[in-house]
Design a protein around this ligand. Structure first.
Ligand code: CAA
Ligand code: FAD
Length: 379
């Protein structure tokens, strides 16, 4: 068993760390305050090869491994989780699904520009009445021979307005239940496709979350991913990798808050010494460090299994469950260590605490991760 990162992985991590400090940190408070999408930063991340990290160079990607993806997600999320969710969705929910299950034509037309970072993608499964209960899709894709007619509403879609390519799950044959669902590639601007208002959120406020409406949108048959009725399996298989991305995002949020807390504890004076000299603070830092390390190892393990083409659904859910709970716990403690300063924006930890909460909700809530894990445990 090796616990060392390779030279290449260390270089990739350093590049992501430098980018986060130099390009993301300067405007992060303002973007959060004004709910500003990090458009320029995402373009630059595309130029660095971070928008199609695991995609083969043949399709415009960087051909990196999933461990490198975890490293990049951690570093970006330490500073700006609004930017890192864009990276996660594009890499693991859109590029991965297209590369693994798409046709050669779909890869040339849609994957290539997504992997090169020229355009952004979105993954559209959730609906107003189908979140955790994802099989109960109400959006319909009626088979019209050479095309599908798409009708319905999707909710909470990350990159909802900024994306150009959307993968939309919809029900074609309700009598077949989840086996009647299809995954369709939808382009922005297709007649009948409209983007709803931007959600005003607690955290990851720079990210772009919208509802999407489809009214008689004609989707050519060649835009279906996989066989007829493969859509739900497509969504579930894609979410396995997505959960590694969000686990790493949660890890980064926790690690970012922890690093700020160590630094602050060494500087802040109280009762004639630094607060780092107080055992109450030392024990908080010890717990944070231990839980973050455990979360990191779970992320690496899930990524390693994926890289080695071994089953990783349970490992990804374990990583997401543990890392997201760690992110919430750690960021609350980070605010506590900062005292009153932790409660104001300039010290960053209050934002990290707000950002942490979403990692327990999206890509399957903590309760849903427990369902996935326990099913494997009891198999
Ligand atoms: N890979 C392939 N197929 C899978 C699978 C996987 N990992 N998991 C399940 N399936 C298949 C099953 O084999 C089954 O198919 P068959 O009947 O043909 O065998 C089918 O999917 C249905 O599976 P279940 O019976 O397990 O379905 P369920 O109704 O019990 O639901 C669930 C299972 C795990 C709760 C699932 O509904 C789920 O994951 N819900 C959460 C949804 C979610 O994560 N949404 C995230 C949206 S994206 C997002 O959030 C992005 C973002 O924020 C940035
Ligand atoms: P519900 O499913 O209604 O859950 C409500 C509560 O009940 C939760 O605590 C849940 O854990 C619990 N619960 C439900 N079922 C069970 C059960 N069987 N056992 C135990 N507890 C249960 N979706 C996309 O498709 N694409 C995106 O890009 C995307 N981005 C998002 C971005 C943001 C900012 C947000 C807030 C959401 C996003 N989502 C996206 C949707 C997200 O995946 C869902 O919100 C999530 O899956 C939960 O669904 P829900 O909100 O309908 O909650």
């Amino acid at each position: 068993m090796h616990f060392e990162l390779t030279e290449e992985q260390l270089m990739i991590r350093q590049a992501a760390r430098d980018f986060a400090q130099n390009e993301l940190k300067p405007g992060v408070i303002e973007r959060d305050e004004h709910q500003k999408f990090p458009a320029e930063q995402i373009k630059a991340l595309g130029e660095l090869g971070f928008m199609g990290m695991m995609v083969s160079p043949e399709y415009g990607g960087s051909g990196m491994d999933a461990i490198s993806y975890v490293l990049v997600m951690e570093e970006l999320s330490k500073v700006d989780a609004s930017a890192s969710v864009v990276v996660s969705v594009n890499n693991s929910l859109v590029c991965y699904g297209l590369e693994k299950f798409g046709t050669e034509e779909q890869k040339q037309k849609y994957l290539m520009p997504l992997a090169q970072g020229q355009v952004i993608g979105a993954f559209c499964l959730s609906e107003p009445e189908a979140g955790s209960d994802a099989t109960s899709q109400r959006t319909t894709a009626i088979d019209m021979g050479d095309h599908y007619l798409l009708n319905g509403t999707k909710n909470w879609i990350t990159n909802g307005n900024s994306a150009s390519t959307y993968i939309v799950m919809a029900q074609t044959d309700a009598s077949k239940k989840h086996r009647g669902i299809n995954a369709l590639i939808v382009e922005k601007g297709m007649p009948g496709f409209t983007v709803g208002a931007k959600e005003n959120k607690l955290g990851i406020r720079g990210s772009d979350t919208h509802s999407l409406m489809f009214t008689d949108v004609k989707i050519p048959k060649e835009n279906r991913i996989g066989e007829d009725g493969f859509g739900f399996k497509f969504a579930m298989a894609t979410l396995e990798g997505g959960r590694i991305g969000i686990a790493s995002q949660a890890l980064g949020i926790a690690a970012g808050a922890y690093e700020l807390s160590v630094q602050y504890a060494k500087e802040r004076q109280a009762f004639g010494k630094t607060i780092a000299d107080l055992q109450a603070i030392q024990f908080k830092l010890a717990d944070m460090a231990t839980e973050i390390e455990a979360a990191r190892l779970l992320c690496y393990r899930a990524a390693w299994l994926k890289d080695n083409k071994l089953p990783y659904a349970q490992a990804a859910s374990m990583a997401k469950l543990f890392a997201s709970e760690t992110a919430m716990k750690t960021t609350v403690e980070a605010v506590q260590i900062h005292g009153g300063y932790g409660y104001v924006k300039e010290y960053h930890v209050e934002r990290l605490m707000r950002d942490a909460k979403i990692t327990q909700i999206y890509e399957g809530t903590s309760e849903i991760q427990r369902i996935v894990i326990s099913r494997e445990v009891l198999k």
